[in-house]
Design a protein around this ligand. Sequence first.
Ligand code: ACO
Length: 431
Amino acid sequence: MSNQAKLELDGKTYVLPTLTGSENEKAVDISALRANTGYITIDDGYGNTGSCTSNITFIDGDQGILRYRGIPIEELAEKSNFVETAFLIIYGELPTRAQLKWFSDLFTANQYLHEDMTYHFQGFPSGAHPMAILSAMINAASCYDEDLMHWQWGKNQQFDIYVARLLSQVRTIAAYSYRKSKGLPPIYPKQSYKYTANLLHMMFSNPYEDFELKPEVVKALDLIFLLHADHEQNCSTSTVRMVASSQANLFASCAAGVCALWGPLHGGANQAVIEMLQQIHKEGDDGSKFITAAKDRNSGKKLMGFGHRVYKNYDPRAKIIKKACDEVLLKLNINDPLLDIAKRLEEAALKDPYFVERKLYPNVDFYSGIIMRAIGIPVEMFTVMFAIGRMPGWIANYKEIMEEPKSRIYRPRQIYTGHTLNHYVPLEDRK
Ligand code: ACO
C-alpha cells in the first residue's frame, strides 16, 4: 500500500510524503507544499494540524486514552504521585529511588524565592487575579539569575536546576499570590513537607499555627496535579512551544503558558464551572433553564466543563476525578448543593440530543472545580492549581524543542483578506 499522498492542483499532480507515529497516527507532510505548489493549507483553530512530532504524551480522543510516556493515566493516578509523574514526563522514564530522591532534594533546595521578590508582590493591588500575578512573577523570577536572563540553550546553564526551581517556585509564587490577594503576609515553605502538603501549608497556615493537613485533602490535590500534568499540544502547551521556538528562556516560555491557560475556554473553565453552578443555584433553576440557554448560540452561554477538542467519547481524567470527588465528599462529610446541580446537569446533558450529537461529555474541569471547592481551595485559585499541575508538561515540551537539532522558529502563514494595494491620504484630504 502506498504511503504517499497525491494532490491534484491546477492540473498537476504532486506527491506528498506521509508519516506514521508509534501509535499508528497518520499525517501528510506538507512542509514543502508552498515551495512546490504556491499553496498553503488553512486550518482554523489548528484542528487538523500537527505542529510537531513528540515523544511525551499520547491521546486517542475517540477511545478516551491518555498516556504519559506510554503509561496509562489510570495506572499513574492509582500508583504514582505528582512529583514522580513530573520526573517521568520531563525525563522520559520513571525515576529510580536514587533519582527520585535527587529530584525531591533539588525541589527543596530551590523552593525559596529571592527575598527581593516580595517587593514585586507588594506592587499588585489586592484583588488582582492570582493568574496575572503567577505569570508576571514566574517571568520576574528569571531576572534574578544571570544565566536565565542571557539564556542560550546548552551554554552554562544546568537545566535540571531550572526545572526543579520552576516546579518548586511555581508553588511558592502561587501561595504568595493567594495570600497577597487576601492581604495576608507570606508563609515560607517548610523543609519537612512534601510537594502538595507544602503548597497547602504556604496558602493556609498562619504565623501562629500550622494548617491541619488532612491526608485525603493532600491526596486529592496531588491527584488533580497529576491528572493535569500534560495533555500534548493544547492551547497553553502550544503557546509554550511557540515562545520556546524563539529560544526564549524556560521561565519566560512557561509564563506565556500561564497566560494562555487563564482563558475560560481552557484552564479557566474550572473556575467558570463553579461560577455557572453558583448562578444556577442563585436563580433557583434546577439546571434545565441553563441547559436550554447553553443550546442556543445567541444566549452567549455554554455548559462549562463540557466538550473537548480532542475527546469525543469521554475524558479519561474526568472519569478518575469523578470517582475521587465522590470519595472525598464522603470522607469529609460534605453536602454541597452545587454538586447536586452538577449531577443533574450531567444527567440531563448526557441524554440530550444536542450534546449527544455533538459528542459533548464532561471534561476534567467539570469535576476538578467541585473537588477543589470541597477541599477548601478558593475559586480564584482553581486555574492556578491547573497551572501548577501543567508545569511538567510545559517543561517537557520546552526541553523537547531545545533538544531537537532541526527545530525552527514557529511561524505560521495566513491567507490575507484585507485591502489590496491602498495609498496614504493626508489627514486634511480625508472625509
Ligand atoms: N456547551 C454548549 N455547546 C457546546 C459546548 C458547550 N460546553 N461545547 C461545544 N458546543 C457546541 C458548539 O457551539 C458547536 O455547536 P454547532 O455545531 O451547532 O456549531 C459544537 O458544539 C462544536 O463545538 P466547537 O466550539 O466547534 O468545539 P471546539 O473543539 O472548538 O471547542 C471547547 C472545544 C473549547 C472545549 C468547547 O467545547 C467549550 O467551549 N467547552 C466549554 C469550556 C470548557 O469546558 N473548556 C475546558 C476544556 S478542557 C481543558 O482545557 C482542560
